[in-house]
Design a protein around this ligand. Structure first.
Ligand code: GTP
Ligand code: MG
Length: 196
């Protein structure tokens, strides 16, 4: 699979501002700072396409990116959607609730979502919040949708820690957006859920 083109389309703060339904969509979900924006840059091989930061709470809107892929001389289009993380954002409680509502509406009502990519920091593979997110996604997922679990920041792990994750999550994908390890495999897995 080759990424032929990747570009920013639009940011939305709520459902009414999202792009028209239609193109198959991949939504990246996970805690603040887990590496949602970074993996979009790694998958598209475009640094700075999605804004990342070492300070949690960087992504505050629903950001749509359009991707053009080529495989076996065929062209495929999809949208990658960078979402605000859950966790730290230093904003008022009422604003946080407002976001949560808008995010939940997008996740549950958006018809175009084909795949939820749930990102988990591989240094903390067993957090309760991630188990809760996984359970939540399983509850809301439609028959035409997939859930992929991807463990990020693989470059920070020792081999023994990698083994623990593989043992507990046999289907898990492990990636490093910094070293690009596992990124091709992740792109293929995402592609399969959409067009396979
Ligand atoms: P929010 O937008 O706040 O929800 O965060 P995010 O999930 O989009 O995380 P982001 O991509 O902004 O990355 C957060 C920090 O982790 C940045 O400092 C990144 O450089 C770093 N980071 C992301 N992926 C990796 C990785 O694979 N390895 C390492 N070592 N650092 C990473
Ligand atoms: Mg982000």
């Amino acid at each position: 699979i080759k990424v032929k083109d990747a570009f920013f389309v639009k940011s939305a703060s709520k459902m009414e501002e999202t792009t028209p339904e239609g193109m198959s969509e991949v939504a990246f979900i996970g805690r603040s700072n887990v590496g949602k924006s970074s993996i979009i840059n790694a998958l598209t091989n475009k640094k700075g396409l999605a804004k990342s930061s070492s300070t949690p709470g960087k992504t505050r809107l629903i950001n749509f990116f359009q991707i053009v892929l080529a495989k076996d001389e065929k062209t495929y289009h999809m949208q990658l959607v960078d979402l605000p993380g859950f966790g730290y954002a230093r904003v008022s409680h009422s604003l946080k609730e407002e976001w949560q509502k808008n995010l939940t509406t997008y996740i549950q009502k958006r018809v175009s979502i084909r795949t939820f990519v749930h990102l988990i920091d591989s240094r903390h593979p067993f957090l309760e919040i991630d188990q809760a997110v996984h359970t939540y996604l399983q509850e809301i997922v439609r028959a035409d949708q997939h859930i992929l679990r991807i463990f990020t920041k693989l470059d920070k792990l020792k081999q023994s820690e990698i083994s623990v994750i593989k043992k507990n999550y046999p289907c898990a994908l492990l990636v490093s957006s910094s070293s690009k390890k596992g990124i091709d495999k992740a792109l293929e897995a995402i592609f399969e859920t959409l067009f396979g």
